[in-house]
Design a binder for this molecule. Structure first.
Ligand SMILES: NC(=O)c1ccc[n+]([C@@H]2O[C@H](COP(=O)([O-])OP(=O)(O)OC[C@H]3O[C@@H](n4cnc5c(N)ncnc54)[C@H](O)[C@@H]3O)[C@@H](O)[C@H]2O)c1
Length: 508
C-alpha cells in the first residue's frame, strides 16, 4: 500500500476545521493540494475557508506571496457537506475534539466512505495513536500527524507511528510535510510524543524551585532568560499557554507514564488553576497583565557596599581563574591564603550541590559564604546563592561587588544546582531518556525541540555544550541531596558521559 504525496492531483480531506484544521488546510492548499473541508458544525467549514482566504490575502498584501498564488490556494479549498465527499481522498487528517470516543466514531465513519488505500491521520496531542487506530478495520493505515499552533508559523510536525502503523504511512506523511514546507520529525506513539514530553522539564523544575522557596517567579524567569538564554521564562510561558491548558497536559503525560517522577506536575500549578489564575488570557497568572502588557516587577537594588576582601574556593579549578579574574576586575582585594581571613567573603562555585554542602566540604564559615554559578558564564547574568546562615552584610557585599560592572545579579536561597544548573540538567536528562526509549532519533529530538519549543539549542546539543559529565554530576549530586528519583540520570546520559562522547551519539 502507498500514497504518492507528491502527485499533482493529491486530495487531502480535513475533518474538524477549527484552529488546527484550518491551519493545516492553509499550508496544504498553498502546496498545491486539493483540500476537502468538513466540520460537524453547520457553517464551520465555510468559516474556515473564509479565514484561510483572509490570512492568505494578508500575506499577499504584505508582499510575502504573489496575489495569484493566494487566489489559487483558496480555489483549492472545497467545502464538503458530508463525509461522503471524502470517497476521493488520498489522505484524511482529522482535527476534531480531543475525545477518544468521538475520534473512534469518526474513523469508523471514514472507513465506510474512503477507499482501502486512503491514509488516515490524526492530529491528536494527548491521545494514543495506537488506541485510535485499534478501533479501525484497517489499523495499519492510521498514523499521527501532530502539528503545532499556529500551523503556518510553527514549521514542525511530528509524524507518529502507532504500534500497528505500517511503514508507508509515516513515509507518506513525511513526504507530505516536506511538500507543505514543514520539517517532519518521526516519533513512536508515546505520551506527549517528542515536544510535549521534552518540554515538561522546564516548567516542572521551575515550579519546584518556586515550591522550595528558593526564589520568586520573576527571579527564576530572569535567571533562565538572561543567564541560560531561554527566550521566555518558565512562568511567562505558563502565563502565555494558560494553566487550564498546561496543567491538565502535565497531569496527562505524568499519569500515562504511570507516575514517572521526572514528569511530576506541581501542586502549586493545580492550586492556582483552581483559583482561576490562568495567565495572560484572564489578566492574572504569575504576573498581572494590563492593556500595556505584563506588570514590571523591579529587581532588588544593587547594594552600595563592597567586601573587605574575597577568598575564592579552589575546589573547582576550571572555575577558579574566571572568578578570581572577575573579582580583581571588579576591584576587590583577593584573599589568596589557603584558608580565608576572618573578615573575607568566601565564594564557592558548586556544581549540583548547594552552598551549604560546598561550604561544609571546605570547612568554611557558613555565615561568610556565598555561592556563585559559573556554569553559564559570568558575562550576561550572575546568580549568587546564600546558605541559611549567610550574614546579610556578607550577601549585600557580594551582591554589590558582582553587580558593580552593570551585569544583573540575582540572589537566591540555597538550592542544590542553583536554578539554571538544575533546570538544564532536568531538560537534558529528559531528552536523553526520550532517545533512550527510542521514541525518536537524537537529531529529530533536537530539531523538534528547537522548532516546537523555541529553545536556543536542542537539549542534546546544549548538553554537549555544558558537558555531559557536568550534567551527570549535577544530577548525581541532586539525587544524593534530595533522594528523589526525579533526578536519576538516564542510562543514555550516563554512558555517553562516561565514554566522553556527544549526547547525539546514536546506538547501532
Ligand atoms: N489547539 C492546539 O494548540 C492544538 C495543537 C496540536 C493538536 N491539537 C489537536 O487538534 C485537534 C483539534 O484541536 P483544535 O484546537 O483545532 O480544536 P477546535 O475546537 O478549534 O476545532 C475542533 C473542530 O472540530 C469540530 N468537530 C468536533 N467533533 C466533530 C466531528 N465528530 N466531526 C467533524 N467535526 C467535528 C468542531 O465543530 C470544531 O470546529 C485536537 O485533537 C487537539 O488535541 C490542538
Amino acid at each position: 500500500m502507498s500514497v504518492d504525496a507528491t502527485k499533482s492531483d493529491l486530495v487531502l480531506g480535513i475533518v474538524g476545521t477549527g484552529i488546527m484544521g484550518r491551519g493545516i488546510a492553509q499550508i496544504a492548499a498553498q502546496a498545491g493540494v486539493t483540500v476537502l473541508l468538513f466540520d460537524a458544525k453547520e457553517g464551520a467549514a465555510s468559516d474556515a475557508r473564509n479565514s484561510v482566504q483572509a490570512a492568505l490575502a494578508k500575506l499577499a498584501e504584505k508582499g510575502k506571496i504573489p496575489v495569484q498564488d493566494a487566489e489559487a490556494a483558496v480555489s483549492r479549498l472545497v467545502i464538503a457537506d458530508s463525509l461522503d465527499a471524502f470517497s476521493v481522498a488520498d489522505i484524511v487528517v482529522e482535527a476534531v475534539v480531543e475525545n477518544i470516543q468521538v475520534k473512534h466514531q469518526l474513523f469508523q465513519s471514514l472507513e465506510g466512505v474512503v477507499g482501502d488505500g486512503c491514509l488516515l491521520a490524526t492530529n491528536t496531542s494527548s491521545l494514543s495513536v495506537t488506541e485510535i487506530a485499534a478501533g479501525c478495520r484497517l489499523p495499519g493505515r492510521v498514523g499521527g500527524f501532530h502539528f503545532f499552533n499556529p500551523v503556518p508559523l510553527m514549521k514542525i510536525v511530528e509524524v507518529i507511528d502507532g504500534i500497528l502503523t505500517e511503514s508507508w504511512v509515516g513515509e507518506t506523511l513525511t513526504s507530505l510535510a516536506v511538500r507543505m514546507g514543514h520539517t517532519p520529525v518521526r516519533a513512536k506513539d508515546t505520551p506527549g510524543f517528542i515536544v510535549n514530553h521534552a518540554g515538561r522539564g522546564y516548567v516542572t523544575e521551575a515550579l519546584r524551585v518556586l515550591g522550595e522557596g528558593i526564589a520568586e517567579h520573576h527571579v527564576v524567569d530572569r535567571i533562565l532568560r538572561q543567564g541560560a538564554g531561554f527566550r521566555m521564562g518558565p512562568f511567562e510561558l505558563l502565563d502565555l499557554t494558560a494553566l487550564d491548558v498546561s496543567h491538565p497536559a502535565m497531569e496527562a503525560i505524568y499519569n500515562q507514564y504511570y507516575q514517572e517522577p521526572r514528569l511530576r506536575p506541581s501542586p502549586i500549578a493545580r492550586q492556582r488553576l483552581m483559583a482561576g489564575l490562568l495567565g495572560r488570557k484572564v489578566g492574572r497568572g504569575f504576573y498581572t497583565y494590563t492593556a500595556a502588557g505584563a506588570e514590571a516587577i523591579p529587581e532588588a537594588e544593587l547594594p552600595a557596599v563592597q567586601p573587605t576582601s574575597v577568598w575564592v574556593s579552589s575546589a573547582r579549578p576550571d572555575a577558579h581563574a574566571a572568578v578570581t579574574d572577575l573579582v580583581t576586575r571588579l576591584g576587590a582585594p583577593l584573599d589568596t591564603g589557603t584558608a580565608p581571613a576572618a573578615d573575607a567573603v568566601c565564594v564557592v562555585m558548586p556544581l549540583g550541590t548547594d552552598a551549604t554542602t560546598a561550604c561544609l566540604a571546605e570547612n568554611l564559615d557558613p555565615a561568610r559564604t556565598v555561592a556563585l554559578d559559573t556554569l553559564f558564564g559570568l558575562d550576561s547574568h550572575r546568580t549568587l546563592m546564600t546558605t541559611p546562615l549567610t550574614a546579610p552584610n556578607v550577601a549585600y557585599a557580594a551582591h554589590g561587588l558582582f553587580g558593580k560592572d552593570g551585569v544583573p545579579v540575582s540572589v537566591i536561597r540555597d538550592s542544590a544546582g542553583f536554578v539554571a544548573q538544575r533546570v538544564l540538567a532536568v531538560i537534558v536528562n529528559n531528552a536523553c531518556d526520550i532517545v533512550q526509549q527510542r521514541v525518536t532519533s537524537p537529531g529529530d529530538l533536537d530539531r523538534a525541540v528547537t522548532l516546537g519549543l523555541g529553545y536556543p539549542r536542542g537539549p542534546l546539543a546544549w548538553g554537549d555544550d555544558i558537558g555531559p559529565r557536568n550534567i551527570l554530576t549535577i544530577l548525581n549530586e541532586m539525587m544524593a541531596f534530595y533522594g528523589d528519583p526525579r533526578y536519576r540520570p538516564s542510562p543514555w546520559l550516563t554512558r555517553r558521559a562516561r565514554l566522553g562522547v556527544s549526547l547525539l551519539t546514536p546506538e547501532n
